[in-house]
Design a protein around this ligand. Structure first.
Ligand SMILES: Nc1ncnc2c1ncn2[C@@H]1O[C@H](COP(=O)(O)OP(=O)(O)OP(=O)(O)O)[C@@H](O)[C@H]1O
Length: 310
């Protein structure tokens, strides 16, 4: 628990415990537990409407939980002492269009006790060449970079980035990733929501997969991928789908174009048997499930992995 000055015993900077939130009949968050530790980057991953933004809204004190506990630096997130140490980049940032980028950064920095200089913030966010430009005249990707500068200018210990690289081209995205890595290497913590698996893969220490208001998987990227131990085997064969589907080493069988697509945990056994029973077998291909497949598998409505996790 937190003591009076917001220090906390177990290293959690932000925490949801059994947190729930409904909008009318819709249960946007259904009793989730989430903990952010010092110096880590936690990625919240999940399909549209999973509850990621609502979870961040609770931690920022923008949304009130109707069940459970929410703590930011061991305090109620609405307390100013807690908010002084966070930087935020939300999806629907509304900023004055006529102010120049440099003015916006100066203004945002003035709310913090020990901010970075405008020059340092601009350098970190890659907006040095935009400082004199009015915000409203920038492209979508440039505006996102400016929003990132505003999020980091207060030298926050904890950054909330809600889909930070949406609308950015590949180069801008890579630069933002590098800046985020730099901030984490300095000891800061980041909570990031994303739809991009490669973003989670590139940045996250921990990934929390959400679906339908619940956390359905939590761990490292490797652990997430390992949750789906299946390999996929494709081949063109004269063996029938029904026959192959009945083999004990085949977890799932379907037709994919002109080939069979088989899922298995025992790939060597399966391939040996396929080749033994069909000497004319062709177009053989074996692939490990990628993170994208693991993710799809995890967030599918009635999936086996989910039942295993329960
Ligand atoms: N203010 C609101 N009023 C009513 N429903 C809301 C409100 N905010 C969110 N919701 C609903 O709550 C659910 C969770 O939304 P949330 O924005 O947290 O999801 P998300 O995971 O961030 O989705 P996305 O990836 O699309 O941003 C959705 O079904 C959404 O329609």
């Amino acid at each position: 628990m937190a003591n009076r000055d917001g220090k906390h015993g177990n290293g959690a900077l932000a925490r949801l415990r059994g947190a729930g939130k409904s909008y009318g009949a819709l249960r946007a968050l259904d009793g989730i537990d989430l903990e952010l530790r010092g110096g880590e980057l936690l990625a919240l991953l999940g399909p549209n409407g999973a509850g990621k933004t609502t979870a961040i809204g609770l931690l920022l004190g923008l949304v009130r939980a109707d069940a459970g506990d929410v703590e930011l630096f061991g305090m109620d997130p609405q307390r100013i002492e807690a908010r002084r140490h966070i930087g935020v980049m939300l999806q629907d940032a509304q900023l004055p269009a006529t102010l120049q980028v440099g003015e916006l950064i100066r203004l945002a920095a003035s709310y913090y006790p020990a901010p970075r200089s405008v020059a340092e913030s601009a350098e970190l966010a890659g907006v040095v060449d935009l400082l004199k430009r009015p915000y409203g005249k920038l492209s979508g990707g440039q505006q996102r970079r400016v929003q990132f500068a505003l999020a980091l200018c207060g030298r926050p210990r904890l950054l909330f980035l809600d889909e930070p690289t949406v609308g950015m081209d590949i180069e801008a995205r890579q630069k933002l990733w590098a800046a985020i890595r730099h901030l984490v290497a300095e000891g800061n913590s980041v909570v990031l929501t994303t739809h991009y698996l490669e973003e989670a893969e590139a940045l996250a220490d921990r990934v929390c997969v959400m679906a339908r208001g619940k956390v359905i998987s939590e761990g490292s990227v490797e652990a997430l991928r390992a949750r789906i131990a299946l390999k996929r085997v494709w081949c063109s064969t004269r063996l029938s789908l029904a026959d192959v589907a009945a083999w004990p080493e085949v977890a799932e069988a379907r037709i994919d174009g002109d080939r069979l697509c088989l899922s298995t945990e025992h790939v060597e056994l399966l391939v040996r048997r396929l080749l033994a029973q069909d000497a004319s077998l062709s177009q053989l291909e074996v692939r490990a499930a990628g993170l994208a497949e693991a993710f799809t598998e995890l967030t599918r409505d009635d999936n086996i992995a989910l039942q295993e996790a329960a």
